[in-house]
Design a protein around this ligand. Sequence first.
Ligand code: DGL
Length: 290
Amino acid sequence: MPIQHPHTVMIPSSSLPVGPIGIFDSGYGGLTILDKIRELMPEYEYIYLGDSARCPYGPRSFEVVYEFTLQAVNKLFGLECPLVILACNTASAKALRTIQQVNLPTIDSTRRVLGVIRPTAECIGNITHSKHIGILATAGTIKSQSYPMEIRKFFPELSVTGEACPLWVPLVENNEYRSEGADYFIKQHINRLLNKDPLIDTIILGCTHYPLLLDKIRQYTPGHIRIIAQGEYVARSLRNYLDRHPDMDMRCKKNGNCRFLTTESESKFKESAALFLGCQDIKVESITLE
Ligand code: DGL
């Protein structure tokens, strides 16, 4: 049954239009999430939208991240997406709740917007032994306290410590993440996090760009610490959501296609997609958000 809002009329889900699942990120990082989602659910149709022209979102204010994210959601709704995943922790931390509670009821109460913080928060207590968790994320995500708040809803006994890594996204977006210079900043933030709490045994990569840095992150993290990238958790959580909401599942087109939209140039997106997804031959369209 679709959730009923007081100001809306119930429409049977069979008469609602079908469309692709929208995946949004401030740039290329969300491609790490899209990749895992498509691996698990290849039969669905997707539109990926990356706002690379305005990336990074991490240092931006709540107001600006909310405004940019809402523009992206509206764009994806305009392209018939019944369901949009904010594959960006910064947008999930700063904009998701307002969009769900304030905007969706007036835009279209039959559509859904989901984020990437909850899927990892729901599982993390089953992974740690020491009950001490570390979060590496953008300044915006750390400042929002979204991870400690979400994790404590499920596992109130956990101790959660965050470390903002403001240069990591620019290293990835500018394709400098394999350079020697990157090592300095990666090591620095891991050391700072572990100095704050030496009992940490599990680190969440709370930014969708960070899986690209995984090799170097592993290199500077003691071997007993588990490093959790979000992709697989988000993919499993989406599968589970669609199983629990067959009305929404019916509205998600299934033809295996994927379209890519960027606010940057098409050629720049293709270059990065080759790095993030290892694929050369994708169709990209450059768009503007307003
Ligand atoms: N990839 C995004 C995240 O997960 C944001 C990076 C940014 O725009 O700062 O937080």
